[in-house]
Design a protein around this ligand. Structure first.
Ligand code: SF4
Length: 329
């Protein structure tokens, strides 16, 4: 039985925060709302991300902020303009509430977004999670967030069901008070990319040493020390300043919805552009990357401008390859 974290021991909670934050700062997906402290922009991203996947939000977020770059622009737009800019994201009630809240901020607070979670919660469409997310990320207020991802991570970490107020108190007890915004985002990122629903990727988890459930949800536990060697061939298709990427299906067990290079036909005989080693869970992959023409069965592929690649959720292997080829910074 692994040694689970004991929340009453400061040495345990300190090391948990350190490991999680170090991992997050190194591995976080590069997303546009993570590059700003502007509370309005963070607020818009949080509302868009409710019930919508990151990949679907990316384009809408940029378009929406281009049209309404400040809370005043949004407040003074017509409802039809706001709904048109929201088009494609669904759940239009979110857009109406955001618009109503922006009007209140513009008229009653001179366009200044409230700086505390308590004040934010008074605005239409902002609940406890959203208020705490905006206050911690934009203003550094030490308030924890709980969403489905965080709840799953906490329940697995402590290997017990946490419900209602207890899950919020547990999240608050773990929160890093000096970097609450990064910590909250790190917990959500861990739940979205490593401690995923179904079978978690415990092997890659930065907090596995303190987790009571580590590896316990694997259907077939790996034999210690026995790792599988595998190989694959990928294709790098470049058209001027764009490359061909494909999106993994949303019902994939691993990395659903993430973007990656398409597979190359197995009969390619020439020398690869690049060879990389990549370890995932229990497998060590040897990956060859070939340059080549667009594959014939490229139904789910898209030419993505290089400048926009870092804003897509790409797999770790794809990021590694593109960096090695100097196509991504
Ligand atoms: S070790 Fe596994 S179960 Fe525990 S938090 Fe990490 S991914 Fe989740």
């Amino acid at each position: 039985m692994p040694h689970a974290i004991d929340l009453t021991k400061p040495t345990h909670t300190r090391s948990f925060r350190r490991n999680l934050l170090t991992w997050y700062r190194e591995h976080q997906r590069s997303l546009p709302w993570r590059k700003t402290r502007d509370p309005y922009r963070i607020w818009v991203s949080e509302i868009m991300l409710q019930q919508t996947r990151v990949a679907a939000v990316l384009e809408h977020y940029k378009r929406f902020l281009k049209k309404f770059p400040t809370v005043r622009h949004l407040a003074f737009a017509t409802e039809a303009e706001v709904l048109a800019a929201w088009s494609g994201l669904g759940y239009y009630r979110r857009a109406r509430m955001l618009h109503r809240a922006a009007k209140l901020v513009a008229t009653e607070r001179s366009g200044r977004v409230p700086q505390t979670a308590a004040e934010l919660r008074i605005l239409p469409g902002i609940g406890r999670y959203t208020a705490n997310a905006i206050a911690s990320i934009a203003f550094g207020e030490p308030v924890a967030v709980v969403d489905g991802n965080v709840e799953r991570v906490l329940e697995r970490l402590l290997q017990k069901k946490l419900s209602g107020e207890i899950v919020w108190r547990t999240a608050q007890a773990l929160l890093d008070l000096t970097s609450p915004g990064d910590f909250n985002q790190a917990m959500m990122e861990l739940g979205a990319t490593i401690c995923i629903p179904g079978v978690p990727l415990c092997y890659d988890c930065p907090i596995k040493k303190q987790c009571a459930s580590r590896g316990m949800e694997r259907k077939e536990p790996p034999i210690p020390g026995k790792r599988m060697r595998r190989s694959s061939s990928l294709l790098l298709v470049r058209r001027r300043d764009a490359i061909l990427l494909q999106q993994r299906a949303h019902n994939e067990r691993f990395m659903p919805g993430m973007w990656e290079l398409p597979e190359a036909a197995s009969e390619i005989a020439r020398e690869p552009l690049l060879r990389v080693k990549h370890s995932i869970t229990t497998s060590d992959w040897s990956v060859s990357v070939f340059s080549g023409p667009v594959p014939r069965l490229a139904l789910k592929t898209h030419l993505v401008p290089l400048a926009g690649v870092s804003q897509l959720p790409i797999t770790g292997l794809t990021r590694k390859i593109l960096r090695k080829l100097n196509l991504l910074s």
